[in-house]
Design a protein around this ligand. Sequence first.
Ligand code: C2E
Ligand code: CA
Ligand code: CA
Length: 733
Amino acid sequence: MKSRIGTLLANIAKRFSGLYSDSSSGKRALVHEILSIQVFSATLVGFLAIASLYWGGQWILQDNYSRWALQWTDQLNELGSPLYLAEDQEIRISLDNFVSRYPEIDQVVYYANDGSVLHAVDTEDDPDPVKVLSEDQLRDAIAVVGANEPYLMTGGFLDPRQFNILAPVWVESIPDDGLFGFDPINTEIETKTELLGFVNMKLDFVMFHDRLLSNIRTAVFILLGLLLLFAIYGRYALRKALASFADLQLPIQELAKGNLDVKFEPSQHREISDIVEALETTATALSERDAQLRELANHDSLTGLYNRRRFVEVLRSEVLEVMCKNRSSALFFIDLDQFKYINDACGHAAGDRLIRKVADELQRSIGRDDVIARFGGDEFAVLVRSVDVAGARAAAETILKNMRRMAHIEEEQLFHVHCSIGITMLSGTNLHHDELINQADIACREAKSAGRNRLSIFRLKKDGSKSATSDVSWMNCLRDALDNDKFEIRFQPINEIDSGETTHHELLIRIMGEDGKLISPDAFLPSAVRFGLMTEIDFWMIRHAAVAYAKYSTPENRLQFSINLSANAFENDDLTGYVQDTFEQHGVVASDIVFEITESLAVRRPLQVDRQIATLRDLGCKFALDDFGTGYSSFSYLQKLQFDYIKIDGTFVQDLPNNPVDQKMIRLIAEVGREAGMRTIAEYVRNVETLELLTELGVDMVQGFFVGRPTKVPKTKATPISLTARRQRLSRK
Ligand code: C2E
Ligand code: CA
Ligand code: CA
């Protein structure tokens, strides 16, 4: 039994403590806190209510007791008065009846006016001893005769439920003034008082009081029951009201974990609604900031494309895909050709504009699943998904074609910027992302070396070495070529369109590679510039051009050679002297030599360059403005420069039949050239359509694989193809 009570108590205690604390965290629960405040205040109010009920009840009862007592005193006074006149059994009976009617009356005693007991009525079950009135009681009772409150109330101090009332019994008589003299209107008639005795009444209201207490007890129980109900309902109502708060708990925890997509349930309560709104605003602000940070971390700020970091992530996951699904994808490394021109000539803002345009063009050129990124500067990377080598090649060719078509106008000048693309395949065991990027980069450099504006596919050499050659090894190679005469010259014919005759040859430098293949100047000239070997190379070419001239040019069949000169050659004050000496030595007629200088050099030519050009012109040499259109293509500027030939850059020519913009451009160059007294030469003529178009556009001379590839020995006869073109042209006329 004892143990059952023990567990019960323990349970109650647990429940009770559970009301105030969340056992798991040791923190108080809000519901319980509010509830405890409510229960406490309700208990206090209940206690006060019960107390006031008790005291109020007591007070009302007390008041009632005394009123009843006085009433009964009056009645006893009246009833008992005849006792003093005569001994009457009937009076006694009626007195007994009266007392028995009121159980609260314990005892009634009538005293004679000397204080002796005249008659006593007592309750039978609890008889009280009848006491004679004391002197003091007599005196006090006599004193109240005729007073407004003619009685003495004693006792009830220790127990308010039991007290005594002692009242004098007297009669009043009107003095005889003759019956007829009585005036009923005059109430102020003097009366005569005769004291008969006293009546003492002992009262006991214990029963009443007990009834009151039992009523209050019932009220307390009802109140306690109500309080319990109130607590239970309060807990339920509070829990319901605070449920929305509890509902917030989970989303807030999610929010704290960094999940910004959490959904907050709307609440019907204003306060919670406000909190929800504030939390939602916070979550939105956080996710916006997150997006900004992600954007910054993953994107290139200039173009909005992915940056290298993000691209590498994509590449890594593609590597996994390729591995799992056993397919292949391609990685392109793209580098812009001649981007530096625009940056140098028109400033960085112009360069930025161009990069953005190129980014857009590249984006348009790739497939929807493919991913493009800018690696910085003028370098881009593209991941072409799910392609084989042929597919990759086709994708790269699309990019090249679109880039060739792209024309960029800056400060009223037209720029063509092409690109070189290095490709490597993600397949088989070739799957390390760093290695892949490296391979594509190497392939891109190969594409540049092979003449730019083209693609190159990375292949591991048989011995496993990489195909790219570093700057340092180029330097050794160039040094060796200069010291041991390992350069070679190729002669590329330049034909007059009208006559179809080869009037000139451009002399192009090559190095014979170890494998017996010729290496293009695009592969080694950038290194030569970096290592300051350009002047030596140009001097080598001047010397060997003179030798070749002496060898192949005859008075009957005089050859004219075009020699490329770099900016570095002009920086050397010995240039003119060297040219003069060499030409004299080999019997070169200076007027058979054309020096090609690039547009960028011509535009920013310093005084020293101007002086050298003037001297060489004095010698009889001619000058051609090379690669016209790629750099600072200003027509107004063109007229100021004194050139004999303008060489329209190959980028305008190679896709001429498909590009109306290029056609317009070439027509314009030809016109301006004619007016300025310069002859125009178009490079990169690769088919008959181009040749025909150039003829129509008014170009004077052509160079290109269609006219003739660079050869070991200069040609002296007109090419049959140009004759065909001429025939077609004549037939059209
Ligand atoms: P460039 O002065 O614009 O020379 C023309 C380039 O276009 C040559 O490339 C030539 O082979 C190529 N080419 C001409 N027609 C066609 C065609 O129809 N199709 C294709 N695919 N290519 C064609 P190359 O020989 O590789 O020379 C590249 C550049 O190297 C030259 O561009 C020139 O700037 C420079 N270079 C070549 N030789 C010398 C040299 O002796 N001294 C200097 N300073 N630079 C040289
Ligand atoms: Ca040239
Ligand atoms: Ca050129």
